[in-house]
Write a protein that binds this ligand. Structure first.
Ligand SMILES: N[C@@H](CCC(=O)N[C@@H](CS)C(=O)NCC(=O)O)C(=O)O
Length: 231
């Protein structure tokens, strides 16, 4: 059994997609990041960066239960545990890792800043909005080129696809026209049609559109080292 510390965000969806694809048994433990649940001492013991997702695997391949934070590390851990969605040959494996890390260091953070300045920032700062809309657009172009002539990002369907897909779902919010990226669009439709992906998004429903507390903006975007007790 795996405990998944989860909220209904792109990084949360990555892990439900894997768990659904692999058919692993798991329990969702909601961490409402809008109300500050990510700062509880119990959660910080598992996820010291006070962010979802995180997992506790109660039956690892060896030894005591193990916790993992960071969505890329979780996907890799689960792929290694199950022997699924990552090739075992050297070259195939490197390809998947390249695109997994590309998502973790590029697409995720840049699209995240795009959401921040385009949606959440109380002040609309044209330079910041433009910077992240353009950078997201460049990354979409990179992915579109990579998908030319292939069905999935790094060869066979893999954790690289699972990492990227939830960050393309909000393409409209990111002010991107997916029609400009035909290879990416075909891949997107292929991903969306997967039953496991649909089940993963179903899992989010009980918490989606629930009212956020009045001070959620401050909780999510107002933290410093001092407020989290880091200095
Ligand atoms: N690099 C981390 C990013 C995780 C992350 O940013 N999680 C967000 C939701 S998508 C979160 O928990 N935010 C809570 C906060 O900012 O306090 C990962 O991929 O796991």
């Amino acid at each position: 059994m795996i405990d998944l510390y989860y909220w209904t965000t792109p990084n949360g969806h990555k892990v439900t997609i894997f768990l659904e694809e692999a058919g692993l048994e798991y329990k969702i433990i909601p961490i409402d990041i809008r109300s500050g649940a990510q700062f509880s001492p119990e959660f910080l013991r598992i996820s010291p960066n006070n962010r979802i997702p995180a997992i506790v695997d109660h039956q690892p391949l060896t030894g005591e239960p193990i916790s993992v934070f960071e969505s890329g590390a979780i996907l890799l851990y689960l792929a290694e545990k199950t022997g699924k969605f990552i090739p075992s040959d050297l070259r195939g494996r490197v390809k998947v890792l390249e695109w997994l890390f590309w998502q973790m260091g590029g697409l995720g953070p840049m699209a995240g800043q795009n959401h921040h300045f385009g949606t959440y920032a109380p002040e609309k700062i044209p330079y910041a909005i433009d910077r992240y809309v353009k950078e997201t657009n460049r990354l979409y172009g990179v992915l579109d080129r990579q998908l030319q002539g292939q069905e999935f990002i790094a060869g066979d369907y893999s954790i690289a696809d699972m990492a990227c897909y939830p960050w393309i779902v909000p393409y409209e919010r990111q002010k991107q026209d997916i029609n400009q990226f035909p290879n990416l669009q075909r891949w997107f439709e292929r991903m969306k049609a997967r039953e496991a992906v649909q089940r993963a998004y179903e899992k989010a429903k009980p918490w989606q559109n629930t009212p956020a507390p009045a001070d959620s903006h401050k909780i999510l975007f107002g933290q410093t080292a001092q407020t989290i007790g880091g200095n």
